[in-house]
Design a binder for this molecule. Structure first.
Ligand SMILES: Cc1cc2nc3c(=O)[nH]c(=O)nc-3n(C[C@H](O)[C@H](O)[C@H](O)COP(=O)(O)OP(=O)(O)OC[C@H]3O[C@@H](n4cnc5c(N)ncnc54)[C@H](O)[C@@H]3O)c2cc1C
Length: 460
């Protein structure tokens, strides 16, 4: 990796002002400080300058200039990553898409929308609601489409609707040398040449900067239900996950939270959820009768496995209320452990191994004498464990985390189901990908030979 990056001097700033305008650039400590960290516990790092391009052409021009000058450029959406992904480890230019939040065109008849990279997905879904449409991926943070695509984010609804990679058709991307390219097309079927679109999805801003994207949309579900079921054993809850998945019920969300985390949610959020191991579920259907039949089947599965409570509702306000605790779990954990840092497991495995990985987590927590909160997107085999740590238990928390990831890899899974590599999972890249990591490096060196794009990420 080239390390001879050049500093952002007064001459560089003058050139950047010429490219984006003085009002779209800042060297203030406040602006740089607000974009020096994400929501993870990874140490912050300041960029030397923040730029807010307003067009794809400006992004391309900044990259071309930075590449010529050997100045690092880290793209920034909203900084809601949980693995240090947008932290500008080598300083340089922080290229924010905050001033590119526009919807370019809604193609309602095609169930598609084209947006600028800085569009927040929550704003997009508000805009689409009156049209009866939505964009399914829903990571909990207030994230941008550019950041979501770059991380291949997912969220609770991925179990039915897939991750970002499954919901994008084309992107416009600015390359390090200043070229602006189109990858993918607006056709649902695409078999023309290499699939460059999916090369950029999940590349965490290390291969190019996404300037706009055309996304797939779906009609809003006509009928939806929320279900919360609690169990007095982890095993029963997890067996229910596997049974529901294999029953053909096709949940739109299927989340598992252990009793200890429910306790935390109750205490911080002032809620009164049954303090047991709990499944949060959502089901979507086009006919009410289908939904009701499905709910009966879910209830049967949960009851057979000894569910302590089973609450289901189709009322929109009650649905929101039922899911409130799950939606705020991460924020509550951060509040509860304000004096500690959080290490987050994001391993994902084939669903049939879910009970085994949960058992391993329980045993590992005891073995390494660490406490951890399990909250998983169980329906798609993705498990999060939040591990609060400080100097006193750091080594033990890391040992637990490593052991679990290694087991997930042995089971045919991945170190990171949806958060991306960032800083936190970089140490597992060789183990997970073997020689394929060298192929990734060749691709990196073709597209970004000077390693100016988000340096310090993906490659150990
Ligand atoms: C409370 C909470 C809950 C969360 N739950 C989930 C969850 O369930 N599932 C999930 O997947 N994630 C979850 N996340 C994580 C987070 O929301 C996602 O990782 C999201 O994709 C980050 O988007 P962002 O716009 O904040 O991007 P940033 O964090 O700003 O950047 C993300 C990465 O993309 C790069 N990047 C940003 N914009 C571009 C661009 N235009 N072109 C190229 N690269 C770019 C950055 O350099 C960085 O590497 C959660 C976060 C929070 C705070």
């Amino acid at each position: 990796m080239k390390k001879l990056y050049q500093p952002v001097t007064a001459a560089v700033l003058n050139e950047l002002v010429a490219l984006v305008g003085a009002e779209n650039l800042s060297t203030s400590e406040t602006d740089r400080g607000q974009r020096a960290f994400d929501v993870s516990s990874h140490a912050p790092h300041l960029s030397e300058v923040v730029v807010w391009p307003q067009t794809a052409a400006q992004i391309a021009a900044v990259l071309k200039y930075a590449n010529e000058q050997l100045i690092p450029v880290t793209a920034w959406g909203a900084g809601t990553s949980v693995e240090g992904n947008p932290i500008p480890l080598f300083g340089g230019i922080l290229l924010s898409t905050e001033k590119m939040p526009h919807t370019i065109q809604i193609h309602a008849d095609d169930l598609q929308v084209t947006v600028e990279a800085g569009k927040k997905y929550k704003d997009l879904n508000q805009e689409l609601e009156p049209l009866g449409l939505f964009f399914p991926p829903d990571p909990g943070g207030d994230a941008t489409i550019g950041g979501m695509l770059a991380n291949n984010a997912a969220g609770p609804k991925a179990v039915k609707y897939g991750a970002c990679k499954d919901n994008v058709l084309r992107c416009q991307v600015a390359l390090a040398d200043g070229r602006l390219i189109q990858v993918g097309s607006r056709s649902i079927k695409q078999s023309s040449g290499y699939d460059l679109l999916h090369l950029f999805v999940g590349s965490e801003g290390t291969l190019g900067v996404i300037t706009e994207a055309t996304l797939k949309l779906l009609p809003l579900p006509k009928f939806a239900s929320a279900v919360v079921a609690s169990f007095d054993s982890v095993d029963a809850a997890v067996q229910a996950v596997v049974k529901i998945k294999s029953s053909g019920l096709d949940p739109a969300a299927l989340e598992f939270i252990d009793a200890q985390t429910i306790d935390l949610i109750n205490q911080v959020g002032g809620l009164s959820l049954d303090q047991n191991h709990t499944l949060f579920m959502e089901f979507h259907a086009t006919h009410e009768a289908t939904l009701q039949l499905g709910l009966e089947k879910v209830k049967g599965i949960c009851t057979d496995l000894g569910a302590q409570t089973f609450t289901a509702t189709t009322d929109p306000a009650e649905r929101k209320q039922l899911w409130f605790g799950r939606h705020h779990a991460y924020d509550y954990a951060q509040q509860w452990y304000a004096d500690k840092k959080l290490l987050t497991l994001d391993a994902a495995i084939p669903i049939s191994h879910y009970p085994e990985i949960v058992t391993q987590i329980e045993q590992g927590l005891v073995k390494h004498q660490v406490s951890g909160h399990m909250l998983g997107h169980a329906g798609d085999g993705n498990m999060h464990v939040l591990l609060p740590y400080d100097d006193s238990n750091y080594d033990r928390a890391v040992a637990f985390h490593r052991e679990l990831i290694e087991r997930a890899l042995e089971l045919g899974g991945t170190a990171t189901g949806e958060h991306g590599v960032g800083i936190g999972k970089i140490g597992y890249m060789r183990q997970e990908h073997g020689p394929a990591l060298d192929v990734m490096r060749s691709i990196k060196e073709t597209l970004d030979p000077n390693y100016i794009l988000n340096p310090g990420k993906i490659f150990p």
